[in-house]
Design a binder for this molecule. Structure first.
Ligand code: HEC
Ligand SMILES: [Cu+2]
Length: 415
């Protein structure tokens, strides 16, 4: 088709629409789209595995950009140069068309092969590098097992065995040592999920009955956003998690706090002995925002997370004791474990130190008293169809406002 016969206003509006649409999409993805950064950016990465994957992405981009410019340039040149200039040319019979030119054809095949080789070299290198922790880093390796459930994540630390309780188990917030290669053994409990922390590494599926793994490393201490990347049912879009990377001392302090049984605020002496390490004392004054959206913080998210490691000010032991009792009588114990408090359920996230997490319900809402109350009041309103909401119906769980306040005080005390 000749250029002059293109309905030009259609083409112009089409292009403008495409550009606007792309902008709208990008800005919807992230408020930082112009810097290509954001919580889940695969462009501004924070670890060697994601960096290696980014390199492959860039090589592919550059090669295709060159192809685009060459092919687009030839097309634009030919369209312009041979356009119909006059009404007579417009009506003229097109000149005889050429068919086949061995030199051009062989040249194009050669160029394509070259382009593929340029892409293949870093790709193959990347595949080997990202597959498993490099030999020379194996001595430093830390291993964690991550299991996907509808719609939350369980994290187990096989190297932290607790007498009578097995490996240290947490949920929805994966705490890792920074600057060390971490191998994540991924498992699926019900349907296929996928483990993805865009700034640290590409996704790997969590498949029931099929052991798989990936490795990642965080360059420095930080707070990273992850999520399930495989459609897994009603609440798939709100199946998220966080990765908290800590320096060696903070990580060890965190481990010793987590391996301790649940805090007991009702007995002041025990409370003292179980109090979390004071390593984050300077951050106690942190004030959380009230939006209820867990990815918007007034302060650096890692600092916000650290502030959660402390007992809240003005704890009320009587109210907490009341909440603890309700936790057993309202069937919460049948699905949740609170190690040391007699709760042994395994179908929901381990809540032994739930008060020390920065988010609730698999990284969906901020962990503060208002949001926690909102969650236990009606979990189905936060995450459609989730298993706890179903449990409420099956077990006919009814909570009064007073029950909710007591349960919130109890759960927040579990640091
Ligand atoms: C039928 C099993 C079941 C019962 C009963 C149950 N829960 Fe849950 N709970 C779950 C599941 C499953 C999740 C994870 C939901 C999700 O994120 O998809 C959950 C999540 C939670 C969370 C958030 C945990 C996290 O890591 O973010 C809290 C807090 C919680 N439940 C408290 C309670 C309390 C309090 C009760 C009793 C009133 C209770 N649950 C009763 C299964 C249950
Ligand atoms: Cu999932």
């Amino acid at each position: 088709m000749r250029l002059s016969t293109l309905p030009s206003s259609f083409a112009r509006w089409g292009l403008a629409g495409l550009a606007l649409g792309t902008l709208a999409l990008l800005s919807g993805c992230d408020y930082n789209w112009w810097r290509m950064d954001g919580h889940q950016s695969t462009i501004k990465v924070a670890g060697p595995v994601a960096r290696s994957q980014l390199e492959v992405f860039y090589v592919t981009c550059w090669v295709t950009l060159v192809i685009f410019i060459l092919v687009g340039g030839v097309l634009a040149y030919a369209t312009w140069k041979f356009r119909a200039r006059t009404a007579a040319e417009e009506k003229a019979v097109p000149p005889e068309q050429g068919h086949g030119n061995p030199l051009i054809e062989v040249g194009l095949i050669g160029a394509s092969v070259l382009a593929l080789v340029i892409i293949a070299i870093p790709t193959l290198k990347g595949i080997f590098y990202t597959y498993d922790v490099p030999e020379d880093r194996k001595a430093d390796l830390y291993e964690i097992t991550a299991t996907g459930y509808q719609w939350w994540f369980k994290f187990e630390y096989p190297s932290e065995q607790i007498a009578g309780a097995g490996a240290l188990t947490t949920g929805n917030e994966l705490v890792i040592p920074a600057n060390r290669p971490v191998r994540i053994n991924v498992r699926g409990a019900d349907v296929i999920h996928s483990f993805w922390v865009p700034k640290l590494a590409g996704k790997v599926d969590m498949i029931p009955n099929r052991a798989n793994f990936l490795w990642l490393e965080a360059d420095q201490p930080g707070y990273y956003w992850g999520q399930c990347a495989e459609y897994c049912g009603d609440s798939h879009a709100v199946m998220r998690f966080r990765v908290v990377a800590l320096g060696p001392k903070d990580f060890n302090d965190w481990l010793s706090q987590q391996t301790a049984p649940a805090r007991n605020v009702a007995a002041p002496k025990l409370a003292d002995s179980n109090a979390p390490k004071a390593q984050f004392a300077a951050l106690r004054t942190f004030k959380q925002n009230e939006t209820g959206i867990s990815d918007k913080f007034d302060v650096a998210p890692l600092d916000a997370w650290k502030a959660k490691q402390f007992p809240e000010k003005g704890e009320n032991p009587a109210l907490i004791a009341q909440g603890k009792a309700l936790f057993s009588t309202k069937a919460c114990v049948s699905c949740h474990e609170v190690r040391g408090h007699g709760a042994v359920g395994i179908s929901g996230p381990n809540l032994t130190h739930i008060g020390a997490r920065s988010t609730l319900a698999a990284g969906v809402i901020e962990n503060n008293p208002e949001q926690l109350q909102r969650w236990i009041h009606n979990p189905g309103a936060v995450k459609p169809g989730n298993k706890m909401a179903k449990g409420y119906v099956d077990n006919n769980i009814k909570l009064t406002a007073e029950d909710e306040v007591a349960l919130v005080a109890y759960l927040q005390s579990l640091k």
